[in-house]
Structures are given as C-alpha cells and as structure tokens.
Design a protein around this ligand. Sequence first.
Ligand SMILES: Cc1ncc(COP(=O)(O)O)c(C=O)c1O
Length: 405
Amino acid sequence: MQFNHIDFDTYFKNYPDADGFFGKYGGSYIPQELQTAMDEITEAYYTICKSSKFISELRRIRKEFQGRPTPVSYLERLSARLGNVQLYVKREDLNHTGAHKLNHCMGEALLAKYMGKKKVIAETGAGQHGVALATAAAYFGLSCDIYMGAVDIKKQAPNVARMKILGANVIEVTDGLQTLKEAVDAAFMAYCKEYKDAIYCIGSVVGPHPFPMMVRDFQSIVGIEAREQFIEMTGELPDAVVACVGGGSNAMGIFSGFLNDPVDIYGVEPLGRGPALGDHAASLAYGSEGIMHGFNSIMLKDADGGPAPVYSVASGLDYPSSGPEHAFLHDLGRVKYDVISDDETIDAFFALSRMEGIIPAIESSHAVAYGIKLAKQMNNGSILINLSGRGDKDMDYIIEKYGIR
Ligand SMILES: Cc1ncc(COP(=O)(O)O)c(C=O)c1O
C-alpha cells in the first residue's frame, strides 16, 4: 500500500534506516562512549535476529513460558450496548506477567545472555516493564536493577512487591516529579557507569537506536497474531485498530500488523486532567520536535525547551515524548493520534469490567475508552483494541481514588 509516497510493502526493510532514523525522527544522540556500547548492541541484534537458533528459542519461550498466542476476544455485550459496531480486544492481559511488556523483555534478556552480559537495568512507570524484566532476569539467571519514581512506587505497590519477589533490586528515584521520566534519567545514568557488564533494557519504542526498532520487532508478534486471528474469526480485516500510546510499544506491536492494510489506525494519548501543559502527557497532540533520552521525536517542552512536567492517571503513559516511529507515522498521517481524559478512562475501566468480565490496566483503559467513542461515531463495522495489560496492579488505587461505582 502507498501512503504519502511511502511504500508499506517494503516499510520494515526501509524504516528505520541504518542510523536508526524514521524520516527525521529517531537516531542516537548520546555520548561517544555510550555510542560504542549501543553499536555493540546493534551489531549483536542484527546478527541474532537472523539466526534460526535465536528465533526458534524465542518462539519456544513465547509458546511454553509466556503462553502465546494470546487470544482475540469479541466484546458481545459492550458491542450490543453501543449499537451496530463490533468491538474486539487482543488479550495481552493474558500474556504471562499480565501485559505486553514481556514480549520485548524476553527478547532483550535473550540478547543480553547472547552478549555475555550479567545484568539488566531498566526504568519502570506502571511497574509492568519492571515486573516483565525481573521475570526475564529470573528466567535467564541475570541480576536486575529497576529504577522507579517514588510516586509510582506508592501508586503501583503490587508490582513493586512482585519485582522484589522475583529477585530484582527496586531503586527509588526521588528527583523531580518522581515518575517515569526521572526513572529513565536515573536508569540511563546507571547504565553509563555499568555498560560493560550490563544492558539497559529500555521499556518501550524509545531511546537511542537500536531500541525503537528492536522493541518494535519484538512486539510485532502482537500484530502478526492479531491479524491472523481476526481474519480467522470474522473472515475479514477490522475497520479500525486502536492502542494506547505512552512510549508506544504495545501500539507499534499491533499497528505493525496492519500498516500495509486498508485499516484505520488510532493511537490514543492521555489527556489527563485537560489540555493545559502539566495536566496531560499527550506529546503527539500538543508537542513539537525535540531530543530527549537520546532520540529525536515529538515532545512536550517547558519554557526552556527541556521536557515539560507531565501527568496522567496511568503511570505507564506519563512520559513527555513518544517513540520516533510514532512521530513519523503521525506526520505521514498513516496513524491518527487522539486523546482520552482520565474521566473517560475510568468510565471505560468499569464498563469493560462490568460488561465483559475483563479488568483492564488503566493504560489500556485509554484505548478501550477510545474504541467506545469511535464505535458511537461509526454506523457499522469492527474495531480491534489492543488490551495491553490487566488491571490487577491498579485496583487498590482505583478503589481508593474513585471508589466502587
Ligand atoms: C499495560 C500497559 N499498557 C501500556 C503501557 C504504555 O507503554 P507503551 O506505550 O510502551 O506500550 C504500559 C506501561 O507501563 C503498561 O503497563
């Protein structure tokens, strides 16, 4: 399919280019010493991603350890309530550890093992990436340091306990807003000191090359499975595909299965309390081009041009930038990016729980809310929503803040 002169038949061969660029976005803006470490990771990845040994090991892990393929479920009662549009969800909540994050963590940890590294380092917001990496580290016998903002440590206590039980060191970050951006800052600093023995396993399609590409490739299993399953279930493609976007890994995972199809694709960012700077984390909706954490993308800036303070009810979405490939697809117009507020999110959280028996993560509830909104605008057709994770981690917080509705 051609879209704004981009040929999606050959898209994955051409994007990113050899320097990690998706058009003008992406790249690697880091000190030379770290660049040498990134080049090593890039080279190792290019070798193993073509190796049948690595591919078959990853396939075995996905099947026997993660429980893949995850199913696609038809939301019969919710669809009936909304009218004539049929809603479906790709069940990444049923992936082992409860979210899509394990898809890239098992790949990253397998790469660490191949490279002879003894340790994995990462940041986490909602704790899902931290839990997934702690799980991968336990599986492969690697040590694991997870950096997490003090605010998120309080908010996502069950995931902190899980990481500790799995044997990870959870390191509290008390700088700035004490959330995801500061956790990334701290993990990056630690990696600068430890890159000889450790790999920084970035938790989304962000950071310097090769991470946006590598994490996308590991997550593409979501889109490959979902496309096949949807056609098997309905005999056709969905009319629309929807996913929430923090850094953008679950979204790139499912989108990559449909970029070359006549399917409308929607990325959903968190509008939080509203459109004023500081009240949301909708970088693609309100941001401008800028570099942070080693990559060029579209980001929210403060008055000095640095990363702006951000907020979302979803700890996993409150990041002031998003993956460079999303910025590229945004500018191309291939993916439409839109926003969902905290209130709409919480309504969707309860709607899916009450009408379908599925408790979604607050992050994923943004996508569910958008799917519901879209269904009300469409006369007929089908919508596939990526349910990136389950809401066990959020239940205490929701009950405390919003009560049982
Ligand atoms: C369940 C879930 N969905 C989505 C996200 C957002 O990350 P990404 O945009 O990389 O998919 C997170 C992050 O922690 C998450 O836990």
